[in-house]
Design a protein around this ligand. Structure first.
Ligand code: SF4
Ligand code: SF4
Length: 392
């Protein structure tokens, strides 16, 4: 009997809601499967973790730490505004959600607003010239002309991992701050029905400086890096408890993805045209999945003349689902069909990146599934690609 093709939203799946025990909980070095081990190749972070400082603190102590961070850093945190969860500039400790509800728009829109202007003299140190990259309304990329460092408060662990990969992708440019210039504080997440981070293995917690989890009315705080440890000590935390443990992420309704086979099968598009066409027939090519994905970074470049005898470069977000994105000179489109563009999205994330970097451009945050108006389920598509023969 043929296995069903399951490219649609989890809510249509009869198994939805059941927690399937992840095979990964049996593996010692589970995240090696996904390949991405964290900044500095993981090794240094593991060293940090040996010296981790764990403590139980109350709400007043947590507020003191957050107030300190607000004073020292330009801080963006997860907040509830007008009944929606946003990731926005945080002005006071009380407006921070201490547990993580993942906002649909990820950190990338803060690091890189919709349209950014790179002055002709970007990077050049010259008297009277501000070489920094600005947004259209003359703000710095991420911090309103402030000289403070940047802090992200309340990222999920998968977003902290995505931030690492995102910055790595642009590390050959001066466009974005370095990871060491950003303080990252993660908090325990509540996976929703579209999350699938455990499909890559039980995640490691080596992407943040401080991790926080709620325990009744109190909080357990884990300072994972030197910077994190200095911050909690500076704020009077002095009683440490080695027995406290970061809680693992609940295994989700998902099977372990075999990235090697997935990467190979996605590469064989010519053999599976019908499969990709079937999925593309459902897709509106709206690009919503790319807008919300923390690891989609297609952008377009342009230039504009400005009054002061120079030509600025401009970069704006784009989507590889858009037909104009694959057009080159004289309108030639090297991915003319939606099925070509849709396939390219999967190929980049789960084939090219796996081959080149050893990890996918996906952390399983599930945003693309939540955002898709066509009810396509990207996780099921990736999962089912190795079973194509059974599906057509
Ligand atoms: S592809 Fe989807 S699940 Fe993966 S990181 Fe992007 S939005 Fe999240
Ligand atoms: S959000 Fe869904 S319909 Fe829109 S481009 Fe992505 S896969 Fe296609």
């Amino acid at each position: 009997m043929k296995a069903p093709l399951r490219p649609f939203r989890a809510t249509k799946d009869k198994t939805q809601g059941k927690i399937v025990k992840s095979p990964l909980s049996r593996k010692a070095s589970h995240f090696a499967h996904a390949g991405y081990e964290g900044r500095d190749g993981g090794q240094k972070i593991c060293d940090f973790l040996e010296g981790i400082l764990n403590a139980r603190i109350n709400k007043a102590q947590l507020d003191q730490i957050i107030t300190y961070i607000l004073r020292e850093y330009d801080t963006f945190g997860v907040q509830k505004k007008d009944n929606s969860i946003t990731f926005d500039k945080l002005e006071k400790a009380g407006s921070f959600l201490t547990w993580t509800e993942k906002p649909i728009i990820p950190f990338k829109k803060i690091l890189w607003p919709d349209r950014a202007v790179i002055p002709a003299k970007a990077g050049i140190q010259e008297k009277g010239v501000d070489p920094r990259v600005k947004t259209e309304d003359d703000k710095l990329f991420y911090n309103d002309n402030s000289k403070k460092k940047l802090s992200f408060l309340g990222l999920t662990n998968c977003d902290a991992q995505a931030l690492d990969i995102f910055l790595k992708e642009f590390s050959h440019t001066d466009l974005l701050p370095k990871r060491s210039d950003i303080l990252v504080i993660t908090s325990e997440c509540k996976p929703d029905e579209n999350c699938f981070c455990t499909a890559f293995g039980q995640p490691k917690f080596n992407f943040s400086d401080i991790h926080i989890q709620e325990e009744g009315k109190n909080f357990e705080i884990f300072a994972l890096t030197k910077v994190g440890q200095e911050i909690i000590k500076e704020n009077g935390v002095s009683k440490f408890d080695k027995k406290l443990k970061i809680r693992e992420i609940k295994p989700q309704n998902t099977e372990l993805l075999d990235l090697k086979s997935i990467s190979q099968e996605i590469s064989r598009k010519d053999k599976h045209e019908e499969y990709w066409q079937k999925i593309a027939d459902q897709c509106f090519a709206c690009g919503a999945c790319t807008a919300v994905c923390p690891l989609c970074f297609c952008f377009r470049c342009g230039s504009s003349n400005v009054a002061i005898k120079q030509c600025n470069n401009e970069i704006s977000w784009d989507s590889c689902y858009s037909s104009s994105f694959s057009q080159i000179q004289r309108g030639f489109d090297f991915r003319p069909k939606n099925s070509d563009r849709l396939h390219n999205w999967y190929h980049h994330k789960f084939s090219r990146s796996v081959e080149k970097n050893g990890y996918p451009l996906c952390t399983g945050c599930g945003r693309c599934i939540s955002a898709c108006p066509a009810n396509l389920n990207q996780k099921y598509i990736v999962e089912s690609v190795t079973k194509i023969k059974d599906q057509l």
